[in-house]
Design a protein around this ligand. Structure first.
Ligand code: 6PG
Length: 239
């Protein structure tokens, strides 16, 4: 389903509401709520809303935070997805430190990929042989990438591995990412996409235009019944 909102803040608020409702439903089952977060700039607004309007109602003791991907940098590097999440969310809410499972970007990529893969196997239920999250929050780059699955590396969409090393196509920066095989096993996937810069690619993907399969995000948005898009008016302006 596509949900379209007037502003990025309204869009973020709607996603925060889903996170609250999903976490509460797991608490009622006395189960943890396992969420994987993406990096980039869009989630910052979500985190701001979660702190300012939802901090007292989200059952943080049962929320376990993982990452969709991480840049291979230290946690204090300005590029770090964990660092961004820590500054904008984790340090401002009462989530137990034991509920935070960061990808260690400072480690050797191959070593950390195997460590994170084992961690997910130990910490999460399994579905079709892959770790299963309750919710995976994805963004989309204006080149149609999602997670750290870039157009030049579509082999990460349905591989045998659950976690893999990726490389940014222009900067060459190494990244560690969930593969599409893991993302697709999630109970729920939410794309949070805002801004005019995403409108063209989103139209091509939603309308199945020529070459849309070159965009990794296409393979999740159109091929999966557990995927919802939360869009602001600008990002949705051409669909
Ligand atoms: C990352 C993210 C990436 C992000 C998109 C959108 O590590 O950068 O996981 O997949 O979601 O690049 O980024 P923006 O939210 O900054 O547009």
């Amino acid at each position: 389903m596509n949900y379209i909102f007037e502003t990025p803040i309204d869009t973020a608020r709607a996603v925060a509401t889903i996170i609250l409702q999903s976490a509460k439903s797991k608490v009622e089952l006395s189960l943890p709520f396992n969420i994987a977060l993406s990096g980039g700039s869009t989630p910052k607004q979500l985190f701001t809303i979660m702190v300012s309007e939802f901090s007292d109602s989200i059952p943080w003791h049962c929320v376990r935070v993982f990452w969709v991907d991480e840049r291979c940098v230290s946690a204090t590097d300005t590029e770090s997805n964990y660092g961004m999440t820590y500054e904008n969310l984790l340090v401002k809410v009462p989530i137990p430190k034991s509920n935070i499972f960061r990808i260690r970007g400072e480690n050797s990529p191959d070593v950390e990929t195997k460590r994170y893969q084992r961690l997910l196997e130990n910490e999460l239920p399994s579905s079709n042989g892959f770790p299963q999250f309750d919710l995976v929050l994805l963004g989309m780059g204006d080149d149609g990438h999602t997670a750290s699955i870039f157009p030049n590396n579509k082999g990460l969409i349905h591989p045998e591995e659950s976690v893999a090393v990726a490389e940014h196509p222009t900067s060459g920066q190494k990244r560690i990412t969930l593969t599409g095989s893991t993302i697709e096993q999630a109970n729920h996937v939410i794309f949070l996409i805002t801004g005019n810069s995403k409108a063209n690619v989103l139209r091509e993907i939603i309308h199945g235009e020529l070459n849309c399969e070159n965009y990794p995000a296409f393979h999740f948005i159109n091929n999966n019944k557990t995927v919802d898009l939360y869009l602001d008016k600008c990002a949705a302006s051409q669909i």
